[in-house]
Design a protein around this ligand. Structure first.
Ligand SMILES: Cc1cc2nc3c(=O)[nH]c(=O)nc-3n(C[C@H](O)[C@H](O)[C@H](O)COP(=O)(O)OP(=O)(O)OC[C@H]3O[C@@H](n4cnc5c(N)ncnc54)[C@H](O)[C@@H]3O)c2cc1C
Length: 601
């Protein structure tokens, strides 16, 4: 039975709430406003827009995995970063932060009557507004949001018929077991201990802790002369960034990790035809293989051999750029092919994490885990004791939905679900590139044998309640093309709320089955990655194949896909541009039979 019809005019008139002022929330709000939603309200806990890229959170050496053109939206251009030709347009945290502020000012601040010249435009974002509880509204319709003003502490409840969760997955710090600040106090450690999310605002305390700060010593070597060092726990991007920053300040630093997140690096910027085309997405197997070349590469023995060599080469080249010795702990990395925890550094830099380790400015203790705090610092699982002046714990983030939604409500809505792993066995992909996978990483199992799994169809709506069209989520698709996929998801959600003609599952049951298939694929493709246990970060993992996932969502909206174009020979190398999405609003309004959106408002 098809999903129930929608009164589009009513949906446009009723208030819609977007929770979160990061990139996902901003683009979702802009797309809704463009599509004629008349009462769009964004609630943002922070005093500024940007989320992870908010001006208070970015740190000076924060370069990102993306290049110019990848982290923006079609409605607004981005000023290219400085030295673009030398760096291949590598973006810095500050570039994204400024862009998100500009985007907000230009697209989400509107004069209240639309044409009063002297009136200050009013933002649709309410800042310092934290959603502390979401419950179903009266008669189980819509949503009651308990909102706290983080400045005054006052709370108020608001009702919204429809909401979109854009709260991201990098705002709730998680300390590995036994490594919370209280555990350090218990062990008698008196130095500062911070989670990586709090490290930047507290950097002065961290640097001063070493006690050599009269003048930072650029030749400082960690551990020399019995000098204490800042200890950073974790091998991810923020652990690497903070270690590099601390070393650059002439302060001794030691990083402890089990596995390092590998960052792709090259000597010279790659041309757009390689860096920003469909090439990488075709080299990685996708849940469906839609083109002849993908079928050749991933289902034949010759293709698999070629792909194995290609992925190994990419890893090896990234080490070779820095001349990393074979026995170096810098080679204890996660697999580029089998894991999503990798980065893209672009062109080799003298001040990068790898450079500084190679120069002896960062001491590495790996592979190991920190098992506990001691009165002098930390101890590894092998019993090695490390003296620390301060400790940064970069062990990840928890779900931004916890607390805001209780477990029972989350299951009732279908944001997450319990799945019997045996149910995943029905889905099979006999790809040659997926032979000999690593073991599945273990995950906590409930007494009945089930595990927690994501519940979102197309990373956007809970499969279980897809027929209600009253809640959606943006920002949980694990993607290497962030601007592109966030904007596509925003369009998909808008089309879904407005009841546009779409290729949707016929029932919640069908949506649930397709969501289960997507989850089975995540487990098959990335067996070592369990980030989906926090569904506010990851509900699907297309990653390198994000562009194929975006194409599928365009096709759901009956819109042309593979927009980068090209002929049978050139399509693979045609650069993908977010500007390809600039006409989506018009294309969708034409499809709805509404040619002039301005008349709707
Ligand atoms: C150190 C670091 C480096 C990263 N590097 C990259 C990269 O190079 N490339 C890339 O593509 N991605 C990167 N990411 C991932 C990053 O999460 C995304 O780039 C992007 O920020 C996701 O946007 P978002 O809007 O979904 O979430 P966020 O940016 O996390 O924004 C969430 C928003 O929700 C608000 N919020 C949360 N809870 C509530 C609540 N209860 N009530 C009201 N508001 C709330 C927050 O205040 C914030 O405004 C990185 C993440 C981290 C932590």
């Amino acid at each position: 039975m098809p999903l129930p019809e929608v009164d589009t005019a009513q949906v446009r008139r009723e208030p819609v709430c977007i929770i979160g002022g990061g990139p996902s929330g901003l683009v979702t709000a802009q797309v809704f406003l463009r599509d004629g939603f008349q009462n769009v309200q964004v609630l943002c806990r922070d005093p500024h827009v940007g989320g992870v890229w908010s001006r208070d959170r970015i740190y000076p050496n924060m370069t990102i995995n993306n290049v110019d053109g990848e982290f923006r939206f079609s409605a607004h251009p981005m000023t290219p970063p400085p030295d673009s030709t030398l760096t291949g347009g590598r973006l810095r945290g500050i570039d994204v932060s400024r862009y998100m502020e500009e985007f907000h000012e230009k697209h989400l601040c509107i004069p209240s009557d639309g044409n009063t010249k002297n009136e200050q435009p009013k933002s649709v974002v309410r800042f310092n507004a934290e959603v502390v509880k979401i419950t179903r509204g009266p008669n189980s319709k819509g949503w009651d949001l308990l909102v706290k003003d983080t400045v005054s502490g006052e709370t108020e409840t608001f009702y919204f018929p429809r909401i979109v969760l854009c709260t991201g997955g990098a705002s709730v710090p998680v300390f590995a077991e036994g490594l919370a600040p209280k555990d350090a106090v218990k062990a008698g450690f008196t130095g500062p201990v911070f989670h990586s999310s709090d490290a930047w605002p507290n950097m002065k305390t961290i640097l001063d802790s070493v006690g050599v700060q009269a003048k930072p010593d650029p030749d400082a070597v960690p551990g020399a002369d019995g000098q204490k060092s800042v200890v950073v726990i974790g091998g991810g991007k923020s652990a690497q960034d903070f270690s590099a920053y601390i070393a650059s300040q002439g302060v001794p630093v030691t990083i402890v990790y089990n596995k390092l997140e590998i960052a792709l690096a090259v000597n010279k910027p790659l041309p757009r035809a390689i860096r920003q085309s469909r090439l990488m997405s075709v080299f990685s197997p996708h849940i469906t293989l839609n083109t002849r070349i993908e079928r050749f590469l991933h289902t034949t023995a010759a293709g698999a051999k070629m792909m194995r060599k290609t992925w190994e080469r990419m890893e090896e080249d990234s080490h070779d750029v820095y001349r990393v010795p074979k026995a170096s702990p810098l080679r204890i990395t996660r697999s580029l092919f089998w894991d999503v925890r990798s980065g893209d550094e672009g062109v080799k830099r003298e001040d990068s994490f790898v450079s500084l380790v190679m120069k002896g400015k960062i001491k590495v203790v790996a592979p190991t885990y920190v098992s506990k705090y001691t009165s002098r610092g930390v101890e590894t699982t092998e019993g090695e004791k490390l003296d620390a002046s301060a400790i940064i714990v970069a062990t990840g983030y928890g779900s931004s939905w916890n607390g805001m939604l209780d477990d029972a409500t989350m299951l009732e809505i279908g944001l997450s679900q319990r799945v019997d792993p045996k149910a995943l066995e029905e889905f099979k992909w006999n790809y040659t590139t997926l032979s000999h996978p690593p073991d599945l990483a273990p995950v906590p199992t409930f007494a009945d044998g089930t595990i927690t799994a994501p519940g979102l169809y197309r990373a956007s709506v809970p499969a279980k309640t897809i027929d209600r069209r009253d809640i959606a989520v943006n920002g949980t698709m694990f993607t290497s093309s962030i601007g592109y996929t966030l904007e596509i998801c925003a369009n998909w959600i808008s089309a879904y709320f407005l009841g546009e003609a779409m290729r949707l599952p016929e029932s919640p049951e069908e949506a649930a089955r397709l969501t289960l298939r997507e989850f089975a694929w995540s487990r098959r493709r990335y067996p070592e990655y369990t980030g989906w246990q926090n569904p506010s970060v990851t509900s699907t993992t297309p990653f390198f194949c994000a562009i194929q996932a975006a194409d599928e969502m365009l096709e759901d909206m009956y819109l042309p896909s593979m927009r980068s174009g090209g002929n049978w020979l050139t399509w693979l190398f045609k650069p993908i541009s977010i500007d390809e999405l600039g006409s989506l609003g018009e294309e969708r309004s034409r499809k709805r039979g509404e040619m002039n959106l301005n008349k709707l408002q």
